[in-house]
Design a protein around this ligand. Structure first.
Ligand SMILES: Cc1cc2nc3c(=O)[nH]c(=O)nc-3n(C[C@H](O)[C@H](O)[C@H](O)COP(=O)(O)OP(=O)(O)OC[C@H]3O[C@@H](n4cnc5c(N)ncnc54)[C@H](O)[C@@H]3O)c2cc1C
Ligand SMILES: *[C@@H]1O[C@H](CO)[C@@H](O)[C@H](O)[C@H]1NC(C)=O
Ligand SMILES: *[C@@H]1O[C@H](CO)[C@@H](O)[C@H](O)[C@H]1NC(C)=O
Ligand SMILES: *[C@@H]1O[C@H](CO)[C@@H](O)[C@H](O)[C@H]1NC(C)=O
Length: 601
């Protein structure tokens, strides 16, 4: 192996002088410095937050290493509505799951953002901070009260702010400005009203109960039905790259290396607290003879996401020793839970044919309509494309006495956390096995289980860092998950059977769903059609200091190692019962403070 740098003795307390100005490098062969105080692996959602906050102090030098390209000028990334076209393209790692026993053996696509901003640049923009209950449960799981909502609230307020929707309408009663903060990620309610928005709100107010109207989920109560809040400002996607990284990219103490993968961490030595993995090996191709090394003088931070982080740990010999050995990797730090505990929200697209022509189906079928809608976005940041494909959503707790909860502890963190979700889409949403029919108007209700009990894993398929790992999200493998999904599918039909829908829309279940009359039929439909919401978490879980399970402690330090932290959705000890990107921003903001405190920055 030929390396471009060799191991330099470990100096923990030194600061490096920063005489050169910030640079975005596109190849590891261009690097002029080989040592940084802090190296951030992955310029995604969490990585971009850290890059911003940690370089606020000009004495600290930081290198961010990102496998993908810069996504900021990509029109499909910028246009909120086009988010659903990104999976499977150059900005997605485009993983595929292993054959899923809960899905009748099907494999499903597993999207993960590739490029600066990571998954925040390709996601569907929904912004939910999680119930107070979920954060308080993390405090209790980790034995660290600093994770309770009352403490992490400051990081929520610091990461995002509410801005006006693109159409500038009066949003009174659709959002509560008093529960929003003043941070860089821009959040807004939909900027282009759709005919179904009013029907959803009317139905919610008519039905009440589990479908009660909720003016703002980000108040901390994730139950009821309300307007979607999305990471959109001025009609454009606001992501970790545009909100956190780009505004500081010219800081002289920040270097960013793109199009480069971290292939493993190398141990430089051992302190009395454990092995030190502060050498980072890089490459851009599977060619083992073309690698570089860089060294972190203070800390190495893994922010490579729920798939990349456990993959890099395992490639470095950090993980379950027996399985690493069987692949021919020398185990250096035995942590059984690296890559275990993968959890995701299963999702089913329920399609309904409608009598109204007030849906956006034709925009996806008619190139000239697509072109004019895009033209409207380009010229004025107005129209359908300023929003994600959904303007409203709901979260429900299971009905009292639900068979799904019989004999198990309630998997939701508390009464403000839901079990299931409904997302109302004013057209045929391309999120399942079916493709949009050539004619007709449709509604889609996406149903999801947001407190799933299934757990899967991320394991290595090969010692080649460029080979895709084995991703098993174990979708719908517990009784709870399938029963809760069936309840959500029934909730969708109950909701659409209400009076407001019977005037123009008259929704009728479409395709196999029309024949799925019994609970058992609905379960079969779910197994034949489910995907996930792309919310994986938990592959390097936080646990209490004394716990033998988990991977990192409550300060996100890899247990048994030194100067190595994980900061991304891998550390979530449980999955929030809602969309999860806001929780990643919150965790990253808190991590930045922990690191600043640890080094007196
Ligand atoms: C299609 C899709 C839709 C989603 N919709 C929503 C939604 O509507 N609302 C919501 O809240 N959440 C949504 N999510 C989830 C949310 O976006 C993620 O949970 C969150 O962005 C994850 O942040 P992260 O920092 O953990 O990882 P990421 O943002 O994925 O960052 C990881 C980064 O590390 C890089 N990387 C990985 N391996 C390496 C390596 N070896 N070397 C160098 N770099 C590496 C990656 O390229 C990536 O940039 C969605 C996700 C997807 C994919
Ligand atoms: C921009 O995104 C599209 C996906 O819609 C992708 O096909 C294209 O390759 C991306 N461009 C770059 C420069 O990454
Ligand atoms: C090594 O990889 C870099 C980045 O892909 C490339 O620019 C360079 O030409 C490669 N060098 C060799 C000797 O192959
Ligand atoms: C939708 O239906 C209305 C009333 O029938 C009609 O006036 C309108 O032209 C239709 N719009 C489209 C786009 O077909």
């Amino acid at each position: 192996m030929k390396f471009q740098l060799l191991v330099i003795p470990f100096v923990h307390l030194a600061f490096l002088p920063n005489l050169v100005s910030a640079t975005v490098y596109t190849s590891h062969t261009q690097l002029t410095k080989r040592q940084y105080d802090i190296i951030i692996i992955g310029g995604g959602t969490a990585g971009s937050v850290l890059a911003n906050r940690l370089t606020e102090n000009s004495k600290v030098s930081v290198l961010v290493i990102e496998a993908g390209a810069d996504t900021k000028d990509n029109l499909s990334v910028q246009v909120p509505f086009l988010g659903s076209t990104l999976p499977g393209t150059a900005v997605d790692w485009a993983f595929t799951s292993t054959a899923q026993s809960g899905l009748n053996g099907r494999t499903i696509p597993y999207a993960r953002g590739l490029g600066l901003g990571g998954s925040s640049a390709i996601n569907l923009l929904t912004y939910n901070r999680g119930s107070d209950d979920i954060w308080n449960s993390w405090a209790s799981i980790t034995g660290d009260s600093a994770w309770c909502w009352n403490n992490v609230k400051q990081y929520y307020l610091k990461s995002s702010s509410l801005v006006a929707p693109a159409d500038g309408r009066d949003t009174t009663g659709q959002v509560d400005p008093s529960v929003h903060g003043s941070g860089p990620v821009e959040v807004s309610v939909p900027g282009f009203s759709l005919p179904i928005d009013t029907l959803v709100v009317q139905t919610s107010k008519q039905l009440g109960g589990r479908f009660k109207y909720n003016v703002d989920f980000n108040s901390g109560d994730f139950t009821g039905v309300g307007f979607m809040q999305s990471t959109v400002g001025g009609g454009e996607r606001s992501d970790a790259n545009t909100a956190y990284l780009q505004p500081v990219i010219s800081r002289s103490n920040l270097d960013v290396l793109i199009n480069t993968q971290v292939t493993k961490l190398v141990q430089s030595g051992t302190s009395k607290l454990g092995p030190i993995f502060n050498i980072v090996e890089l490459g851009s191709t599977a060619d083992k003879n073309n690698r570089s090394q860089v060294m972190a003088l203070k800390e190495t931070i893994l922010s490579a996401g729920v798939i990349g982080t456990p993959q890099i740990l395992q490639l470095s010999g950090i993980g379950p020793s027996a399985s690493l050995k069987s692949l021919g990797i020398t185990p250096l730090l035995d942590i059984a839970d690296v890559g275990t505990g993968l959890v995701d929200h299963p999702m089913v697209a329920n399609y309904f044919q409608v009598s109204s022509n007030g849906t956006w189906d034709d925009v996806l079928r008619d190139n000239s309509l697509l072109g004019s809608t895009l033209g409207q976005w380009q010229s004025s940041r107005q129209g359908l494309f300023v929003d994600s494909p959904a303007n409203t959503q709901g979260y429900q707790r299971l009905p009292a006495g639900s068979s799904a909860l019989a004999g198990i502890a309630d998997p939701a963190a508390g009464s403000k956390s839901a079990h299931t979700e409904l997302i109302f889409v004013d057209g045929f949403a391309p999120f399942g096995e079916l493709t949009q029919p050539a004619t007709g108007n449709y509604l889609t209700v996406l149903t999801a289980v947001v407190s799933p009990t299934s757990r899967g894993s991320v394991t290595l398929a090969s010692t080649d860092p460029f080979a895709k790992p084995l991703i098993n999200p174990a979708v719908l493998t517990t009784n709870f998950d399938i029963l809760a999904m069936v309840q959500a599918m029934k909730d969708a039909q109950t909701f659409l059977a209400a009076a407001p829908w019977q005037q123009d829309f008259k929704p009728v279940a479409f395709g196999d769903l029309a024949n799925a009359k019994t609970d058992a039929d609905k379960a079969t439909f779910a197994r034949n059609n489910a995907v996930t919401v792309n919310h994986p978490a938990g592959t390097a879980r936080m646990s209490s200091a004394s716990s033998k399970s988990g991977v990192v402690d409550s300060q996100l330090r890899v247990k048994g190692a030194q100067f190595l932290r994980v900061v991304d959705a891998s550390v979530f000890p449980t999955i929030p019962e809602c969309h999860i990107q806001a929780a990643v921003y919150i965790v990253a903001e808190r991590a930045a403070d922990l690191i600043k405190t640890a080094y007196g920055l």
